[in-house]
Ligand binder design. Structure first.
Ligand code: SAM
Ligand code: SF4
Length: 325
């Protein structure tokens, strides 16, 4: 039974771990064209340090982990970390959020190490558009990486699509058709105004739902895996699902069950607030599990009730690629 709950009685059982701030893409809403100033390697948590945090978190009731980045697959030997985390008592689900570019090379070994599922971020199905908005020509690698993930049994592969007005919103029907024709699991995400995406416009979930009506009636369904903020639907009789994640038009803070660990060892109780608790300093002083647990509890106690994006308050401290989504 979990012992972790915050000041608003929300049970906290999920830790997202950013393993690097580096990335092999430059998505327009996430990174400036030249990338960000990277953390020096000495500032990035070592795998043993991440393991110590996860262990302390698990002893408090965290049972789900997700690895993210930057791009997690650019970190050397990620498989070793997955193996280490999968041996922790109490952890029963390890998942990965990736841009998919490097999935083909490592899907099978990650599965063997204990990874259960992957989410792949893919905002367009058009090669030239992909190149323009990620600033790299890698679409074919992503599609092949998704196939590799399925072959390796990392299922369901969920596809995250951040919808931006005038950029890729004309493709929502194409993505939705893939849930019918190919059994894809597609989640449409409202763009959040983070440091780099200020000039881009989000499309509210309602607007996307209206466009999808031309394909049939969406029936509510449960996600086959996961306990996140998405609401799931499917077109009658098909295997694939359509999910909506609506942080702006219908915030889900009242159900939030997560903490985030940044690559440089800060524990962040809310994606959309700059408040962080420093774990790294204590870790490097040779923290005991009890000390780590106290810091985790401090972060949980400081978890805000909700974000204030719609009131124009958004985090300024880090780019999204430094938090991990
Ligand atoms: N590199 C990996 C990837 O792209 O999946 C993991 C890190 S990325 C920061 C995690 C997720 O955050 C991706 O699905 C990405 O689309 C999403 N994301 C980044 N910036 C965003 C923004 N401003 N609003 C909404 N989602 C965003
Ligand atoms: Fe990299 Fe992911 Fe950010 Fe794109 S969304 S720049 S793939 S970290």
């Amino acid at each position: 039974m979990t012992g972790l709950s915050d000041s608003f009685q929300r049970p906290i059982n999920y830790l997202r771990i950013s393993v690097t701030d580096r990335c092999n893409l430059r998505c327009i809403y996430c990174m400036p064209p030249g990338g960000i100033k990277h953390l020096p390697r000495s500032e990035v948590l070592r795998y043993e340090e991440i393991q110590a945090v996860a262990q302390a978190a698990a002893s408090l009731g965290i049972n789900k982990l997700r690895l993210t980045g930057g791009e997690p697959l650019v970190r050397v030997e990620l498989t070793r970390l997955v193996q280490m985390l999968s041996r922790i008592d109490g952890i029963d689900d390890i998942a990965l959020t990736t841009n998919g570019v490097l999935l083909r090379q490592c899907a099978a070994s990650l599965r063997e190490a204990g990874l259960r599922r992957v989410n792949v971020s893919l905002d367009t199905l058009k090669r030239e558009r992909y190149r323009r908005y990620t600033r790299r020509d890698r679409l074919v690698y992503v599609l092949d990486g998704m196939a590799a993930a399925k072959e390796a049994g990392l299922e369901p592969v969920k596809v995250n699509v951040v919808v931006m007005r005038g950029i890729n919103d004309d493709e929502v029907l194409d993505f939705a058709r893939l849930t019918i024709d190919e059994g894809w699991h597609v989640r449409f995400i409202e763009l959040m105004p983070f440091a780099n995406g200020a000039s881009l416009q989000f499309v509210p979930t309602k607007g996307i739902e209206e466009r999808l009506r031309s394909l049939g009636t969406l029936e509510p369904c449960l996600s086959s895996q996961g306990s996140g903020p998405a609401k799931y639907f499917r077109f009658p009789g098909v295997k694939g699902t359509v999910g909506f994640i609506s942080p702006l038009s219908e915030h889900f803070c009242f159900n939030c069950n997560r903490l985030r660990l940044t690559a440089d060892g800060k524990l962040r109780p809310c994606l959309l607030s700059d408040y962080e608790v420093d774990l790294k300093t204590t870790l490097r002083r040779g923290a005991s599990p009890e000390e780590l647990k106290a810091l985790i509890q401090q972060a949980v106690a400081a978890k805000p009730e909700r974000h204030h994006l719609m009131e124009g308050v958004f985090p300024m401290g880090r780019a999204m690629c430094q938090v991990g989504g």
